[in-house]
Design a protein around this ligand. Structure first.
Ligand code: XMP
Length: 514
């Protein structure tokens, strides 16, 4: 049976990936394409449905992003969201104008729930609005199916042709019944059965990897992070010992993390693969000795990683494939898929090593969102502790130690961080805080322990709440939890006599110290 596909046509809106994720939550596979994508290409993909996203422009401006009217005559259901709704209206003969006031935020909407788009939705519901322009006149054949106090056409339909337009954002959680609306569109109006599931993803990927790789050799740089670990698990299931994973332990990982990665992927662990752990810690510390400037430190850590990896690759010799843990947001953000591409280029992959002898790149997770990667990881039997690991920067503790990195400072920050994480989990706060860690300030100060004067380092505790890691707020941790962490760190970690809690939001701060 042919796989179901819904495509999201991206007009540059900030929620394009969110729309695709919400569709996938309905178990329908979904990909993002630029609005410039050729109509023939869209036809050839044979999607079950098309969703037009929001965008930053006004559709009546010269050179504004638009789409050809034929898009609406393919016989494929189309749902326009915000700017997408306005483009649809304008292209099909309606009129879009600038409103006297901007409608922004949570808004009461009255919907006609006899429309298939709003089936099961309360007649009066709350939606997230963010628009200046509005549909002043609907295209011929359309009727209004939702209104607000300020917006006569908050949604419209042309049911005969399966065309739907919504002025608000169903993909945003503030739209209380938004998921239901998207479900109604993809599962109801488009008629998708919902064949996108992680168990079948694993099964099908295993088959596809075997076919592609044949009896070839594959090399993967395993960092111990979620993406490369899941890629390793998947490849190992598909091709066993044809896979070699090189795990560079740069000595800047969290406490015991290197051993944990080895316990899972190394010899005698649960996966069948060739595992090489390179203990490069001394080499890293030597390179970092005396270096205090943050960018310089990052550069050294990144470059050294590539060098170490290349040296191992040389020992292994030629391979057929170099595997990478690239995931879908990386693909969209580096400009291969969507429109917002042009704005950001992702910085996750530190560049390909120059001297690795391979023929092709293999990216088994390139179609998955992060939450799907985690689900696939669980399917593959990777321990929850690793699958739900919080984000950890590539340069590791190197950016959590202010100033020069030394073996002594690494040990201090590892021990303090382990205590902090233990106590946050113990207090049941680990689910609600998005990222938390201990860092080592470069400050030493005077204290007193017993009858002795001390002159030791200060540890900074960081904990943030964030959705996208672009902005963040310091988390409100109960004082008694902070006190317990402070007391344990000072008692158990040698070399620390002061603990600070970092209250800074981002901006103006960043999440990491450097
Ligand atoms: P900042 O410090 O920029 O961090 O507010 C935002 C998020 O990105 C992570 N981060 C990195 N991740 N390589 C990475 O893979 C890096 O060099 C890097 N620097 C910061 C950070 O942990 C946070 O989640």
């Amino acid at each position: 049976m042919e796989k179901e596909l819904v495509i999201v046509i991206d007009f540059g809106g900030q929620y394009n990936q969110l729309v695709a994720r919400r569709v996938r939550e309905c178990n329908v596979y979904c990909e993002i394409y630029s609005y410039k994508t050729d109509l023939d290409k869209i036809r050839a993909m044979n999607p079950r449905g098309i969703i037009l996203t929001g965008g930053p422009n006004s559709c009546y401006e010269e050179n504004a992003a638009t789409c050809p009217p034929e898009l609406f005559r393919l016989g494929i259901p189309v749902l326009g969201l915000c700017y997408g709704a306005q483009v649809m209206s304008q292209v099909l003969g309606g009129r879009v104008e600038r409103a006297a006031v901007r409608e922004y935020g949570r808004t009461q909407v009255h919907v006609d729930n006899t429309s298939p788009l709003f089936a099961g939705v309360a007649a009066d519901t709350v939606c997230w609005m963010s628009h200046f322009d509005y549909i002043a006149q609907m295209a011929p054949g359309f009727r209004a199916i939702a209104t607000t106090a300020n917006c006569p056409v908050a949604a419209a339909e042309c049911r005969e042709q399966n065309l739907y337009a919504i002025q608000f954002h169903p993909e945003v959680l503030h739209t209380l019944e938004g998921s239901r609306m998207l479900y109604n569109f993809v599962r109801g109006i488009c008629g998708c059965r919902g064949d996108w599931r992680m168990d079948s993803f694993v099964e099908e990927s295993v088959k596809a990897i075997r076919e592609k790789v044949g009896d070839g050799k594959v090399l993967l740089a395993l960092s111990g992070g979620v993406d490369s670990s899941v890629a390793a698990g998947l490849l190992s299931r598909a091709i066993g010992r044809q896979l070699t994973c090189v795990f560079v332990d740069h000595g800047l990982l969290r406490k015991n993390e290197g051993d944990e990665v080895e316990a899972i992927f190394g010899e005698g662990g649960q996966f069948d693969l060739r595992f090489i752990r390179v203990n490069a810690r001394e080499r890293y510390y030597a390179k970092l000795a005396g270096v205090t400037e943050p960018e310089e430190k990052r550069k050294i850590i990144g470059e050294e990683f590539v060098r170490v990896f290349e040296e191992e690759a040389k020992k292994i010799g030629a391979v057929d494939f170099l595997a990478q843990g690239t995931i879908y947001p990386d693909v969209v953000e580096s400009g291969l898929g969507g429109e917002s591409a042009v704005i950001k280029s992702h910085h996750n992959v530190g560049g390909l090593p120059d001297y690795v002898d391979f023929k092709e790149i293999l990216e088994p997770l390139r179609n998955l969102f992060k939450d799907e990667v985690r689900k696939a990881g669980l399917e593959l039997g990777i321990p929850e502790k690793l699958v739900f690991r919080q984000p950890f920067p590539g340069p590791g503790l190197g950016v959590r130690i202010v100033g020069e990195v030394t073996a002594e400072k690494v040990k201090i920050v590892q021990d303090a961080d382990a205590i902090y994480r233990e106590e946050i989990a113990e207090a049941g706060l680990d689910q609600e805080i998005n990222q938390y860690f201990a860092a080592l300030t470069n400050m030493r100060s005077v204290g007193v322990m017993g009858d002795e004067r001390t002159y030791d380092y200060a540890v900074a505790l960081r904990a943030v709440k964030t959705v996208d890691f672009m902005t963040a707020e310091a988390a409100e941790i109960p004082f008694e939890v902070l006190q317990k962490v402070m007391s344990r760190i000072i008692n158990e970690v040698k070399g620390v006599n002061r603990v600070f809690y970092d209250l800074t939001s981002k901006p103006p701060g960043t999440i990491e110290m450097e």
